[in-house]
Design a protein around this ligand. Structure first.
Ligand SMILES: CNc1ncnc2c1ncn2[C@@H]1O[C@H](/C=C/CNC(=O)c2cc(-c3ccc(F)cc3)cc(O)c2O)[C@H](F)[C@H]1O
Ligand SMILES: [Mg+2]
Length: 214
């Protein structure tokens, strides 16, 4: 049988990027997805917003829900301060395997812990299994109907502290209407929408940044 889209993306990285150079990995994926075949990475336009929010928060411990091929994992990990950690959750073994190789190619494996499994099962185990007290930053980019239940789970597990920042991809396309209602109507969050476009297209999409107020 032939290769998968994630495997072809990995090949493009190995062919066009420089080992240990995260920016070249990001550029190689963006070029491949813009000119060869589209893939659901956060992309370069929304990626710049992700970069600026991440730099502003400068998290010690960050969480990503939905690794896919590791594009946003690389974008986040390359900006972490020394000693800071990113945990990323992915339940599809084939995607996890490609992501591990892309993260390693970027030279960021020491900053990233890729946990294979479902967010619903793993979030309650984060404290005991990884000694995590809080997440300063959470990037939500997994199934869109799971954004609300997993946000509630993070709250209930005491993994958010005053000032923790949630950044959600795709709140317009494909859309996460229940999530927007939840964070925008809750007194426990201060929310703001960053208008952009769906990765590699002219379609509108955006990121919702929500600060947990404790
Ligand atoms: C539910 N718990 C999970 N735990 C661990 N890994 C998970 C979990 N749930 C999913 N995963 C994992 O997280 C990923 C899922 C990403 C889903 N993303 C999208 O659907 C998505 C879709 C579009 C899109 C827009 C327009 C269009 F015409 C077609 C597509 C754009 C985007 O940027 C997206 O992020 C991965 F695939 C899955 O295994
Ligand atoms: Mg997305």
């Amino acid at each position: 049988t032939g290769s998968s889209r994630p495997q072809r993306m990995l090949k493009a990285v190995q062919k066009n990027a420089t080992k240990g150079d995260p920016q070249s990995v990001i550029s190689a994926i963006d070029h491949y997805c813009r000119h060869k075949e589209w893939a659901m990475n956060v992309g370069d336009d929304k990626g710049l917003i992700l970069d600026s929010v991440l730099t502003e928060v400068n998290p010690s411990t960050a969480l990503e829900l939905g690794t896919y091929c590791g594009y946003s994992t690389v974008r986040i990990a390359r900006l972490l301060s020394p000693g800071s950690k990113l945990f990323t959750v992915e339940f599809n073994p084939a995607f996890a395997e490609v992501a591990r190789q892309i993260i390693a190619y970027a030279g960021l494996q020491d900053k990233v812990t890729l946990v294979e499994g479902s967010s619903g099962d793993l979030i309650p185990k984060m404290k005991e299994q990884f000694g995590i007290k809080y997440f300063d930053f959470v990037f939500l980019d997994h199934w869109k109907d799971r954004y609300v239940p997993d946000t509630k789970l993070l709250e209930d597990c005491g993994l958010l502290k005053k000032g923790s920042v949630l950044l959600a991809d795709n709140v317009i396309c494909p859309g996460a209407p229940e999530y927007l209602k939840y964070v925008r109507n809750s007194p426990r969050y201060e929310s703001r929408y960053y208008k952009s476009n769906l990765e590699y297209t002219k379609v509108e999409d955006g990121l919702e940044k929500s600060v947990f107020l404790g």
